[in-house]
Design a protein around this ligand. Structure first.
Ligand SMILES: Nc1ncnc2c1ncn2[C@@H]1O[C@H](COP(=O)(O)OP(=O)(O)OP(=O)(O)O)[C@@H](O)[C@H]1O
Ligand SMILES: [Mg+2]
Length: 355
Protein backbone atom coordinates (compact mmCIF):
# COMPACT_ATOMS: atom_id res chain seq x y z
CA UNK A 1 0.00 0.00 0.00
CA UNK A 2 2.80 2.34 0.87
CA UNK A 3 4.48 1.79 -2.46
CA UNK A 4 1.23 2.58 -4.24
CA UNK A 5 1.14 5.86 -2.33
CA UNK A 6 4.61 6.69 -3.47
CA UNK A 7 3.73 5.88 -7.05
CA UNK A 8 0.97 8.45 -6.86
CA UNK A 9 3.25 10.97 -5.22
CA UNK A 10 5.84 10.60 -7.91
CA UNK A 11 3.20 11.19 -10.53
CA UNK A 12 1.81 14.24 -8.88
CA UNK A 13 5.24 15.57 -8.03
CA UNK A 14 6.21 15.92 -11.59
CA UNK A 15 3.27 17.31 -13.45
CA UNK A 16 4.62 20.81 -13.13
CA UNK A 17 6.14 21.33 -16.55
CA UNK A 18 8.20 24.30 -17.63
CA UNK A 19 6.06 26.69 -15.70
CA UNK A 20 6.66 24.59 -12.63
CA UNK A 21 10.39 24.89 -13.07
CA UNK A 22 10.28 28.69 -13.33
CA UNK A 23 8.06 28.70 -10.34
CA UNK A 24 10.38 26.64 -8.32
CA UNK A 25 13.49 28.65 -9.19
CA UNK A 26 11.65 31.75 -8.11
CA UNK A 27 10.71 30.04 -4.88
CA UNK A 28 14.30 29.27 -4.16
CA UNK A 29 15.31 32.87 -4.84
CA UNK A 30 12.51 34.09 -2.62
CA UNK A 31 13.65 31.98 0.33
CA UNK A 32 13.15 33.57 3.71
CA UNK A 33 16.42 35.07 4.95
CA UNK A 34 16.53 32.49 7.72
CA UNK A 35 17.21 29.88 5.00
CA UNK A 36 15.12 27.13 6.57
CA UNK A 37 14.16 24.59 3.93
CA UNK A 38 11.95 22.68 6.38
CA UNK A 39 10.14 24.00 9.43
CA UNK A 40 8.09 21.65 11.59
CA UNK A 41 6.09 23.02 14.53
CA UNK A 42 4.00 21.08 17.01
CA UNK A 43 3.15 18.32 14.55
CA UNK A 44 0.46 15.96 15.83
CA UNK A 45 -0.93 12.81 14.23
CA UNK A 46 -3.04 9.93 15.50
CA UNK A 47 -4.27 6.80 13.80
CA UNK A 48 -7.62 6.21 15.49
CA UNK A 49 -6.73 6.20 19.19
CA UNK A 50 -3.02 5.64 18.65
CA UNK A 51 -1.07 8.88 19.06
CA UNK A 52 1.84 8.55 16.64
CA UNK A 53 3.22 12.10 16.62
CA UNK A 54 2.91 14.00 19.84
CA UNK A 55 4.16 17.52 19.11
CA UNK A 56 7.26 17.36 16.92
CA UNK A 57 9.36 20.51 16.32
CA UNK A 58 12.49 20.87 14.21
CA UNK A 59 13.99 22.95 11.43
CA UNK A 60 16.33 21.99 8.62
CA UNK A 61 18.56 24.72 7.18
CA UNK A 62 18.91 24.87 3.44
CA UNK A 63 21.73 22.72 2.09
CA UNK A 64 22.08 20.62 5.23
CA UNK A 65 21.18 17.08 6.29
CA UNK A 66 18.92 16.32 9.20
CA UNK A 67 18.69 12.73 10.45
CA UNK A 68 15.56 11.56 12.21
CA UNK A 69 16.94 8.75 14.35
CA UNK A 70 14.58 6.37 16.08
CA UNK A 71 13.53 2.74 16.58
CA UNK A 72 10.65 0.88 14.86
CA UNK A 73 7.37 2.67 15.33
CA UNK A 74 8.94 5.94 16.52
CA UNK A 75 7.01 8.00 13.97
CA UNK A 76 9.73 8.58 11.35
CA UNK A 77 7.79 7.46 8.28
CA UNK A 78 4.67 9.27 9.49
CA UNK A 79 6.68 12.50 9.72
CA UNK A 80 8.14 12.01 6.24
CA UNK A 81 4.71 11.23 4.79
CA UNK A 82 3.26 14.44 6.24
CA UNK A 83 6.17 16.50 4.91
CA UNK A 84 5.83 14.76 1.54
CA UNK A 85 2.10 15.70 1.37
CA UNK A 86 1.04 12.04 1.42
CA UNK A 87 -0.65 12.30 4.81
CA UNK A 88 -2.54 15.09 6.57
CA UNK A 89 -1.48 16.04 10.09
CA UNK A 90 -4.09 16.44 12.85
CA UNK A 91 -2.40 19.54 14.19
CA UNK A 92 0.71 21.68 14.03
CA UNK A 93 2.44 23.08 10.99
CA UNK A 94 4.98 21.99 8.43
CA UNK A 95 6.55 24.34 5.89
CA UNK A 96 8.74 23.49 2.92
CA UNK A 97 10.62 26.58 1.70
CA UNK A 98 7.97 28.56 3.53
CA UNK A 99 5.06 26.73 1.85
CA UNK A 100 2.46 24.97 3.97
CA UNK A 101 2.36 21.22 3.23
CA UNK A 102 -1.42 21.16 3.72
CA UNK A 103 -2.57 24.42 2.13
CA UNK A 104 0.01 24.54 -0.65
CA UNK A 105 0.57 20.85 -1.23
CA UNK A 106 0.86 21.14 -5.02
CA UNK A 107 3.56 23.80 -4.86
CA UNK A 108 5.35 21.78 -2.17
CA UNK A 109 5.36 18.74 -4.47
CA UNK A 110 7.30 20.65 -7.12
CA UNK A 111 10.16 21.12 -4.63
CA UNK A 112 10.57 17.67 -3.19
CA UNK A 113 11.76 14.19 -4.02
CA UNK A 114 10.79 11.29 -1.85
CA UNK A 115 12.11 7.78 -1.51
CA UNK A 116 9.94 5.57 0.62
CA UNK A 117 10.90 2.81 2.97
CA UNK A 118 9.61 0.32 0.40
CA UNK A 119 10.52 0.48 -3.27
CA UNK A 120 7.93 1.90 -5.67
CA UNK A 121 8.93 0.57 -9.08
CA UNK A 122 7.22 -0.93 -12.07
CA UNK A 123 8.11 -4.62 -11.84
CA UNK A 124 7.62 -5.29 -15.53
CA UNK A 125 9.78 -2.45 -16.82
CA UNK A 126 13.57 -2.58 -16.92
CA UNK A 127 15.73 -0.35 -14.75
CA UNK A 128 16.33 2.01 -17.66
CA UNK A 129 12.63 2.13 -18.51
CA UNK A 130 11.70 2.97 -14.92
CA UNK A 131 14.13 5.89 -14.95
CA UNK A 132 12.93 7.07 -18.36
CA UNK A 133 9.30 6.91 -17.29
CA UNK A 134 9.85 9.05 -14.20
CA UNK A 135 12.06 11.43 -16.18
CA UNK A 136 9.19 11.93 -18.64
CA UNK A 137 6.73 12.49 -15.80
CA UNK A 138 9.08 15.20 -14.55
CA UNK A 139 9.00 16.67 -18.09
CA UNK A 140 12.76 16.55 -18.41
CA UNK A 141 14.09 16.91 -21.94
CA UNK A 142 14.89 13.75 -23.86
CA UNK A 143 18.59 14.56 -23.66
CA UNK A 144 18.50 15.18 -19.91
CA UNK A 145 16.60 11.94 -19.33
CA UNK A 146 19.22 9.95 -21.24
CA UNK A 147 22.10 11.71 -19.51
CA UNK A 148 20.66 11.41 -15.98
CA UNK A 149 19.69 7.77 -16.56
CA UNK A 150 23.22 6.92 -17.65
CA UNK A 151 24.75 8.81 -14.71
CA UNK A 152 22.43 7.28 -12.14
CA UNK A 153 22.76 3.71 -13.44
CA UNK A 154 26.51 4.07 -13.20
CA UNK A 155 26.42 5.75 -9.81
CA UNK A 156 24.24 2.98 -8.38
CA UNK A 157 26.13 0.17 -10.08
CA UNK A 158 23.13 -0.95 -12.10
CA UNK A 159 24.51 -0.70 -15.65
CA UNK A 160 24.66 -4.46 -16.15
CA UNK A 161 21.13 -5.02 -14.88
CA UNK A 162 19.69 -1.97 -16.62
CA UNK A 163 17.99 -3.89 -19.43
CA UNK A 164 16.40 -6.53 -17.21
CA UNK A 165 12.88 -6.33 -15.81
CA UNK A 166 12.85 -5.13 -12.21
CA UNK A 167 11.03 -8.32 -11.14
CA UNK A 168 14.37 -10.12 -11.63
CA UNK A 169 16.22 -7.71 -9.31
CA UNK A 170 17.41 -8.57 -5.81
CA UNK A 171 16.13 -6.55 -2.85
CA UNK A 172 19.29 -4.43 -2.75
CA UNK A 173 19.12 -3.71 -6.47
CA UNK A 174 15.50 -2.56 -6.18
CA UNK A 175 16.46 -0.30 -3.32
CA UNK A 176 19.25 1.26 -5.35
CA UNK A 177 17.05 1.75 -8.39
CA UNK A 178 14.33 3.29 -6.23
CA UNK A 179 16.81 5.82 -4.92
CA UNK A 180 18.07 6.53 -8.43
CA UNK A 181 14.49 7.17 -9.59
CA UNK A 182 13.88 9.72 -6.83
CA UNK A 183 17.01 11.60 -7.86
CA UNK A 184 16.32 11.89 -11.57
CA UNK A 185 14.92 15.41 -11.49
CA UNK A 186 17.40 16.75 -8.92
CA UNK A 187 14.77 18.31 -6.63
CA UNK A 188 16.12 20.87 -4.11
CA UNK A 189 14.71 19.02 -1.08
CA UNK A 190 14.86 15.26 -0.71
CA UNK A 191 13.30 12.95 1.87
CA UNK A 192 14.96 9.58 2.25
CA UNK A 193 13.15 7.09 4.46
CA UNK A 194 15.77 4.63 5.72
CA UNK A 195 17.84 4.93 2.53
CA UNK A 196 20.35 2.24 3.45
CA UNK A 197 18.20 -0.35 5.21
CA UNK A 198 18.75 -3.67 3.45
CA UNK A 199 21.80 -2.51 1.49
CA UNK A 200 25.09 -4.40 1.70
CA UNK A 201 28.07 -2.46 3.10
CA UNK A 202 29.35 -1.48 -0.34
CA UNK A 203 26.01 -0.16 -1.59
CA UNK A 204 25.59 1.62 1.72
CA UNK A 205 28.85 3.48 1.16
CA UNK A 206 27.80 4.33 -2.40
CA UNK A 207 24.57 5.77 -1.03
CA UNK A 208 26.41 7.77 1.62
CA UNK A 209 28.66 9.25 -1.05
CA UNK A 210 25.69 10.16 -3.21
CA UNK A 211 24.03 11.90 -0.26
CA UNK A 212 27.24 13.81 0.42
CA UNK A 213 27.48 14.87 -3.23
CA UNK A 214 23.88 16.04 -3.26
CA UNK A 215 24.41 18.12 -0.15
CA UNK A 216 27.61 19.68 -1.46
CA UNK A 217 25.64 20.81 -4.50
CA UNK A 218 23.11 22.57 -2.26
CA UNK A 219 20.37 19.94 -1.81
CA UNK A 220 18.59 19.79 1.54
CA UNK A 221 18.07 16.28 2.85
CA UNK A 222 15.91 14.84 5.58
CA UNK A 223 16.70 11.20 6.15
CA UNK A 224 15.40 8.70 8.62
CA UNK A 225 17.58 5.98 10.05
CA UNK A 226 17.88 3.47 12.85
CA UNK A 227 21.64 3.63 12.59
CA UNK A 228 23.59 5.99 14.86
CA UNK A 229 26.67 5.50 12.72
CA UNK A 230 24.80 6.62 9.61
CA UNK A 231 23.40 9.69 11.35
CA UNK A 232 26.88 10.49 12.64
CA UNK A 233 28.40 10.15 9.17
CA UNK A 234 25.87 12.13 7.20
CA UNK A 235 23.89 14.51 9.33
CA UNK A 236 24.58 18.10 10.30
CA UNK A 237 21.92 17.72 12.97
CA UNK A 238 20.29 14.68 14.53
CA UNK A 239 16.82 14.54 16.01
CA UNK A 240 16.24 11.47 18.17
CA UNK A 241 12.59 10.50 18.14
CA UNK A 242 10.77 7.89 20.20
CA UNK A 243 7.09 7.26 20.72
CA UNK A 244 6.22 10.33 18.63
CA UNK A 245 8.31 12.69 20.74
CA UNK A 246 11.71 14.23 20.35
CA UNK A 247 13.92 12.94 23.15
CA UNK A 248 17.19 14.61 22.09
CA UNK A 249 18.48 16.91 19.41
CA UNK A 250 21.82 18.30 18.36
CA UNK A 251 24.86 17.86 16.17
CA UNK A 252 26.49 14.43 16.13
CA UNK A 253 29.24 15.87 18.34
CA UNK A 254 26.75 17.26 20.84
CA UNK A 255 24.97 13.92 21.03
CA UNK A 256 28.25 12.09 21.35
CA UNK A 257 29.21 14.29 24.26
CA UNK A 258 26.15 12.91 26.00
CA UNK A 259 26.46 9.31 24.90
CA UNK A 260 30.21 8.97 24.31
CA UNK A 261 31.91 8.76 20.94
CA UNK A 262 33.31 5.25 21.19
CA UNK A 263 32.65 2.33 23.45
CA UNK A 264 34.97 -0.26 24.91
CA UNK A 265 33.22 -3.63 24.83
CA UNK A 266 34.34 -6.61 26.88
CA UNK A 267 32.96 -10.11 26.54
CA UNK A 268 33.31 -12.22 29.68
CA UNK A 269 34.14 -15.90 29.14
CA UNK A 270 31.83 -17.50 31.68
CA UNK A 271 28.25 -16.53 32.42
CA UNK A 272 28.79 -17.40 36.10
CA UNK A 273 31.28 -14.54 36.41
CA UNK A 274 29.11 -11.94 34.76
CA UNK A 275 27.58 -10.34 37.86
CA UNK A 276 30.98 -10.07 39.48
CA UNK A 277 32.37 -8.51 36.29
CA UNK A 278 29.65 -5.85 36.37
CA UNK A 279 30.85 -4.78 39.82
CA UNK A 280 34.49 -4.72 38.76
CA UNK A 281 33.89 -2.69 35.61
CA UNK A 282 32.16 0.14 37.38
CA UNK A 283 32.77 2.83 34.78
CA UNK A 284 30.80 5.75 33.33
CA UNK A 285 27.74 4.79 31.29
CA UNK A 286 28.12 1.04 31.81
CA UNK A 287 25.78 -0.90 29.53
CA UNK A 288 25.39 -4.62 30.08
CA UNK A 289 24.02 -7.36 27.88
CA UNK A 290 23.81 -10.52 29.95
CA UNK A 291 22.72 -12.69 27.01
CA UNK A 292 25.88 -11.89 25.08
CA UNK A 293 27.94 -11.60 28.32
CA UNK A 294 29.15 -8.17 27.24
CA UNK A 295 29.91 -5.03 29.19
CA UNK A 296 30.46 -1.76 27.40
CA UNK A 297 31.67 1.58 28.69
CA UNK A 298 32.33 5.00 27.21
CA UNK A 299 36.00 5.23 26.27
CA UNK A 300 37.93 7.95 28.05
CA UNK A 301 41.48 7.06 28.89
CA UNK A 302 42.27 5.05 25.73
CA UNK A 303 44.92 2.39 26.34
CA UNK A 304 45.32 3.36 29.99
CA UNK A 305 41.63 2.73 30.68
CA UNK A 306 41.77 -0.55 28.77
CA UNK A 307 44.77 -1.75 30.81
CA UNK A 308 43.08 -0.73 34.04
CA UNK A 309 39.82 -2.49 33.25
CA UNK A 310 41.58 -5.67 32.11
CA UNK A 311 43.86 -5.78 35.12
CA UNK A 312 40.91 -5.25 37.50
CA UNK A 313 39.10 -8.16 35.86
CA UNK A 314 42.24 -10.27 36.01
CA UNK A 315 42.71 -9.56 39.71
CA UNK A 316 39.12 -10.64 40.34
CA UNK A 317 39.85 -13.91 38.50
CA UNK A 318 37.45 -13.16 35.66
CA UNK A 319 38.40 -14.46 32.22
CA UNK A 320 37.87 -12.20 29.24
CA UNK A 321 36.93 -13.73 25.89
CA UNK A 322 37.34 -10.66 23.73
CA UNK A 323 37.84 -6.91 23.82
CA UNK A 324 36.85 -4.44 21.13
CA UNK A 325 36.20 -0.78 20.45
CA UNK A 326 33.04 0.15 18.59
CA UNK A 327 30.86 3.12 17.71
CA UNK A 328 27.72 3.64 19.79
CA UNK A 329 24.61 1.96 18.42
CA UNK A 330 21.03 3.17 18.54
CA UNK A 331 20.63 1.01 21.64
CA UNK A 332 23.51 2.80 23.36
CA UNK A 333 21.92 6.13 22.48
CA UNK A 334 18.60 4.97 23.88
CA UNK A 335 20.02 3.44 27.02
CA UNK A 336 21.85 6.64 27.77
CA UNK A 337 18.97 8.98 26.94
CA UNK A 338 16.03 6.99 28.30
CA UNK A 339 17.49 4.35 30.58
CA UNK A 340 16.10 1.52 28.46
CA UNK A 341 16.82 -0.14 25.13
CA UNK A 342 14.83 0.39 21.93
CA UNK A 343 13.44 -3.13 22.35
CA UNK A 344 11.99 -2.25 25.76
CA UNK A 345 10.62 1.07 24.54
CA UNK A 346 8.51 -0.51 21.80
CA UNK A 347 5.61 -1.43 24.03
CA UNK A 348 5.58 1.87 25.82
CA UNK A 349 3.05 4.51 25.02
CA UNK A 350 4.81 7.42 26.63
CA UNK A 351 8.37 8.35 25.79
CA UNK A 352 10.46 10.07 28.36
CA UNK A 353 11.03 13.72 27.60
CA UNK A 354 14.51 15.04 27.44
CA UNK A 355 15.58 16.06 30.94
N1 LIG B 1 -1.88 3.92 8.38
C1 LIG B 1 -1.70 3.57 9.66
N2 LIG B 1 -2.72 3.12 10.41
C2 LIG B 1 -2.56 2.80 11.71
N3 LIG B 1 -1.39 2.89 12.37
C3 LIG B 1 -0.33 3.32 11.69
C4 LIG B 1 -0.41 3.68 10.30
N4 LIG B 1 0.82 4.08 9.90
C5 LIG B 1 1.62 3.96 10.96
N5 LIG B 1 0.96 3.51 12.05
C6 LIG B 1 1.51 3.30 13.39
O1 LIG B 1 2.15 4.51 13.78
C7 LIG B 1 3.33 4.24 14.53
C8 LIG B 1 4.51 4.96 13.88
O2 LIG B 1 4.72 4.40 12.59
P1 LIG B 1 5.87 4.91 11.62
O3 LIG B 1 5.72 4.13 10.38
O4 LIG B 1 5.83 6.39 11.52
O5 LIG B 1 7.17 4.48 12.41
P2 LIG B 1 8.70 4.46 11.94
O6 LIG B 1 9.45 5.29 12.92
O7 LIG B 1 8.78 4.80 10.52
O8 LIG B 1 9.09 2.93 12.17
P3 LIG B 1 10.01 1.92 11.30
O9 LIG B 1 11.41 2.14 11.77
O10 LIG B 1 9.51 0.58 11.69
O11 LIG B 1 9.81 2.22 9.85
C9 LIG B 1 3.47 2.73 14.58
O12 LIG B 1 2.97 2.30 15.81
C10 LIG B 1 2.60 2.25 13.44
O13 LIG B 1 2.06 0.99 13.71
MG1 LIG C 1 9.39 3.81 8.83
Amino acid sequence: MVSADFGISLLSTHGTGKQGMVHHNRLIENQAPAGNAIVVKGLIKSFKRLKVLDGIDFVVKQGTVLALLGPNGAGKTTTVHILGTLLLPDGGKALINGLDVVKEANRVRSLIGLTGQYAALDEYLTGTENLHMIGRLYRLSHRDIKRRTRELLELFDLVEASNRAVKTYSGGMRRRLDLAVSLIASPPIIFLDEPTTGLDPRSRLIMWNIIKQLVSSGTTILLTTQDMDEADNLADRIVVINGGKIIAEGTADELKQRIGSERLEITVSEASNFDEAKKVVDEDGLHVDSKRRTLSVVTKGGVHQLKQVLSNLDEAGINVESVSFRSPTLDDVFLTLTGHTTEQSKGETKAQQEG
